[in-house]
Design a protein around this ligand. Sequence first.
Ligand code: ZN
Ligand code: ZN
Ligand code: FE
Length: 761
Amino acid sequence: MTRKRLGLKFYGIVQGVGFRPFIYRTARARNLAGFVKNLSDSVLVEIEGDESAIEHFLDSLDTHLPPLAVIERATRKELPLQQDTTFKIEASEKSAAIPVHISPDIATCDDCLAELFDPDDRRYLYPFINCTNCGPRFTIIYDIPYDRENTTMAVFEMCEACRKEYEDPLNRRFHAEPIACPHCGPRLALLNRDGTGIKTQDPLAQCAERLARGEILAIKGLGGFHLAADATRADVVAKLRERKRRGEKAFALMVRNLEDIEKIAHVGETEWEILTSPQCPIVLLRKKRNRIIADNVAPGLAAYGIMLPYTPLHHLLLDKIPYLIMTSGNQRDEPICIANREALTNLGGIADAFLTHDRGIRLRCDDSIAMSLNGKMTILRRSRGFAPAPLKLHKKFDPPVLALGAHLKNTICLLKDDFAFLSPHIGDLETPKARDYLRQSIRLMEKITETTPGIVACDLHPSYFTHRLAEDLAGERNIPWINVQHHHAHVVSCMAEKGIKDYVIGFSFDGTGYGLDGKIWGGETLIADTKNFERVYHLRNFPLAGGERAIQEPWRIGLALLMDSLPEDWEGNAVKLGLAEPGALAPVASVLQKRLNTVEASSMGRLFDGVSAILGCRKVISYEGQGAMELEAICQKSTGVSLHFSRSGNEFDYRPLIRDIVDLKLSGESAGKIAYAFHRAIADLVRDTAQRIRDERKLDRVVLTGGCFQNKILTELSSRLLRSEGFTVLAHENIPCNDGGISLGQAVIAAEKGEWNGNGR
Ligand code: ZN
Ligand code: ZN
Ligand code: FE
């Protein structure tokens, strides 16, 4: 037997996730000596013993890692023997700044769940049960290091039983910072709208009863309040819509278990995996015809957004009522409420009562949203469960960058060395509260990632709030400030996710982004790398009458498309199609003709809106993207109808396509078949364009990005056509293809440019 001693260092998410106890147990089981210890940036292990035992030890690092631990990198070297006889967990060095990488919040694990429903367990039915493998993390942190005194759990003094578990390296709750039990931990309370307590032995049972009676409850969760309501009753859903002033936008559902989900939606293999993952996001699932969920939960759409319970409180509640609407507890366009008083003030007009508790939420975190695209989990909103886990980049950058993201679906990104940290979803920056939340997120993210940015990046749009904020921050901190074009940022966001830096063909299709020419872009084909881009093709421009109003009333876009495509007879066709009341047509047409109060757009998202209006699917919308989403929902696959764009110069010309759509519609063809042919025409356009560029430029990697690629039919068709021609398709998975992913692209572009400037060229 040969005796050996190895020094190992592990980098990544390795602190606060049960990594040290795992090392301790594994070493002891193999009769190895040495120690494990947290350092400021890593975990240090020294291990001594029989060589083959050490080999086995190393193998189990690959196979038995705790579920939350992520080893990004490890180093290893041989050391002289010390003749240790035991294996120990050594205290962290005093100066050790614990995790550079803080774990996201994680759904209740199976072990905790079993205890929760075990009458003999001391945490039986305790709504705050957790362990090192699950529970709150990111949302309860004030500061690093991640120790209990730096979390909102600091105010709860551990009882003796909890402390024993917390200090026992062999216990599942060894150093589980949010450890708690019914004796020493947080408690529930049920409140009236005015904040007065409702006397009850069992707030949770009361809450469930009230929900079953049709009341709307505000419920404090992991990353903020939800508004909960019985999803099976149309009258309750209508009441919630009215009080929340929410037109037709779908509500997310929380459903008790997979069996109950399968009664209302189709669950494929990938979707099953996403639903039950530790991140537990909302998953978009194709509806089944059912008589369970009220029709007004997700009107006009093909899918529901569904999640499983992810906190012990949710499990206990859903055990009593299987189908709940669980929508963000906020007023329109404002951030989700996290504090009890804030919730009472802001949600008092919506909720009938409040189920709250005394464990503070420090950081807001909305529910994440994901779907299966091309058979892969694809994140559409990256928030709870994912933030602030970093993304590894293809190389190290210096100096660090702060990128402020887009105006809608805002997130920020901090780039440091070879990691990018994206904030949770911040939202649309339309209200002062949302803007305050953005400022607050910048401070918090800088603190927990210990980053001092040397560059600030933002969108090119001169009137965006983020643009002005970037200018202010750059001034205050005396650092440079870099503007990044929106669609370039989309493409690079996808490239960064895939670790690619060299030229690609990028299709950046979305609703709105400020172009280099001051017009609205959104149907763009770029040749781009992480520094520069060239706009090689784009959708033909069309005017948006009344700017923002055209977005709210897509029939205005439909009219603009008709006038451009059928200049001789747009009026007769508009009337025949019933595009708008005849009286409404003329004034808008005259605005369009004179180009008064109009903006030019080459936006694919707006083309979807316009086609949706022409087909009679959506003439007026009540939320962003509704026209496109409903157009996708009515699609009927058919090969009988085909549509085509033409190409003139570097423009995709939609006019022949619009003329054909009008003819087909007026000759009685079904809107569903035409809608499908429209999707197919865009996918054909993507393939043909990529082929042309490949012929000229010898590029064969294609990025699909921008909000339009949340459309399952479009993304899967385009990917299939491209692959069949031998292209490598790069589609988003980890980072949203919509504006939620923009901050990453901005950060990488700014970092590349910053380095370039730094080199003095
Ligand atoms: Zn657990
Ligand atoms: Zn306790
Ligand atoms: Fe965009």
